[in-house]
Design a protein around this ligand. Sequence first.
Ligand SMILES: [Zn+2]
Length: 245
Amino acid sequence: MRSEEVTGFGSVVWEGESISYTVVYSSRRRSWAVEVKPDGCVIVRMPQQVPPEKVRMLVEEKAEWIFTQVKKYGSRVGIVRNYIDGEMLPFFGVEYPVVRKAGAVAKAEFLDDCFVVTVPEGFSPDASRDVAKDMIVLLFRRIGFSPLEEIIGKYAPLAGVEPPQLRIRLQERKWGCCTPKNGIIVNARVLLGPKIVAEYIVVHELAHQRYRHHQKSFWDEVERLMPNYQEAERILKTDGWKFVF
Ligand SMILES: [Zn+2]
């Protein structure tokens, strides 16, 4: 059975450019390694117990090599969203255009299959972009709630657990986690990916309600609940870096 899990991600900066990486923890691993795939995605493999700060430190030491590799493959470095007119933004993997407006109050709405973002005038371009981003994240947390609740509603009975309380948050390095009081937190970034990814993150956390570890019994339960979960893990490994606001 598998002992690997995508549980983290981060980004490393070198000479003003940023590259995102995915962290795969493995209970079998004793040393760490970094791999740059031909499609430019960076996978950092770590033993189970390495804390995120240590991961970042190790990756930073290798930054120059990582950037050289990524550039060798000619891949794009990072994704920058400006939330301006016509820019496409994915929600559960389906892309919708952004419509940018000026108005008295900053807000974002999903109207007629568009993300309508209103930002007051008078901000610098950077500040205006940040306001638009904050509004979009708030909107995603709002409209992402019921689809995720639906997934919980489908899988909690199968897992034989009480539907946990759901929270959606923009998090630095985890796709999902459990709270001590039977709740689950899903990273808002998950909403930028296809639905199968959201489904997997929910299933993963639901399975943790009974199996608070990553041993074989846990992975057996994940597989029982969602036989195609490895497809979602594959997407997280190759495309997870693109799911950014
Ligand atoms: Zn886990």
